[in-house]
Write a protein that binds this ligand. Structure first.
Ligand code: NAP
Length: 290
């Protein structure tokens, strides 16, 4: 446990609810390992109190904070500056104080692409990504796939209207040129040509661990050597990843994305690249009983 003194600086996470957040575990472990005089706390903030909370954070000199549901979009008009990455995704997950102003960014793209870049060095320019789900996390995954240079990015969802809104939300950005949206019926046609299959739906998340977004028959068409990436981190592996592994796919679970988006945030707050990623990963694994 960090020793709190009269000079301890404050970091934290805002959400509603925030009790489930794993960020305090990983960030406090990192801060303790670095021997820094910081503490990272959870702040449950109801939507109607967001503005006053941010003003209060400025008044008490908070160094920076993470943002989780339901504030990721609502916080944007309250910030002085939003990085192009966060603008592209349309959501902020990390806020920092710079020159007496709040600056918002989004580290989910970095979190998503890190395990792909470090483990599987590839040229993605001829590859096809298929993303299941069209919610908040899918936005970071689409932007990440664009950043990696995928030739085609296909998003598969269950609701035509929300899919249309998802597609239209990218406007005339270059991402829109590579993006196609489909209803679930098209999945069977897409799977045989997929190089990267990402689950961004909550299907298969604890406690419904026997569920998978794909039937065994659909998964059986995934080419051997494709990458299956599940954003879910409990259980490990998910049913989706078990099916994919049986098929000869390379599998990635959601824990590394969680660790890497946190590490990217800590680098911004502390203004250093030297953050103990291993300590953060280990603290999470221990906390989750993995
Ligand atoms: P979200 O905004 O609620 O989006 C969920 C998406 O899944 C929506 O498109 C939703 O479809 C779809 N969906 C939900 N249930 C479905 C079902 N039964 N069949 C088909 N589609 C379904 O949630 P999110 O913030 O994107 O998070 C999604 C998942 O990613 C969660 O499991 C979360 O824990 C995980 N996640 C992990 C990380 C990480 O660091 N590893 C980061 C972020 C999120 P509709 O639009 O039709 O409702």
């Amino acid at each position: 446990m960090t020793k709190v003194t009269g000079t301890t600086k404050l970091l934290g996470v805002i959400g509603h609810p925030v009790e489930h957040s794993l960020s305090p575990v990983m960030h406090n472990a990192a801060l303790a390992a670095l021997g820094l005089d910081y503490i990272y706390l959870p702040f449950p903030i109801a939507p109607e109190n967001l503005q006053i909370a941010i003003a209060g954070f400025a008044a008490i000199g908070v160094t920076g904070f993470s943002v989780t549901i339901p504030h990721k979009q609502a916080i944007m008009p309250l910030l002085s500056e939003i990085t192009p990455v966060a603008q592209a995704i349309g959501a902020v997950n990390t806020v920092t104080r710079q020159n007496q102003q709040w600056v918002g960014t989004n580290t989910d793209i970095e979190g998503f692409i890190d395990p792909l870049q470090t483990t599987y060095q590839q040229d993605w320019s001829q590859k096809i990504a298929v993303i299941l789900g069209n919610g908040g996390a899918a936005r970071a995954v689409v932007a990440g796939c664009y950043q990696l240079g995928f030739a085609e990015i296909h998003v598969v969802g269950r609701n035509e209207q929300r899919l249309r809104e998802f597609r239209d939300s990218w406007g005339s950005s270059p991402i829109a040129e590579k993006l196609q949206v489909h209803t679930w019926h098209t999945l069977a046609k897409l799977i045989p040509q997929t190089h990267l299959l990402v689950n961004t739906t909550p299907i298969g998340m604890y406690p419904k661990v026997e569920d998978s977004p794909l039937s065994a028959a659909e998964m059986s068409d995934l080419p051997a050597g494709a990458i299956a990436y599940d954003l879910i981190y409990i259980p490990q592996p998910t049913k989706f990843l078990q099916q994919a592994e049986k098929q000869g796919a390379i599998v990635i679970d959601g824990l590394e994305m969680l660790v890497q988006q946190g590490a990217a945030a800590l680098k911004i707050w502390l203004q250093t690249d030297a953050v103990p990623v291993d300590v953060m990963r280990q603290a999470l694994r221990q906390h989750l009983g993995l």
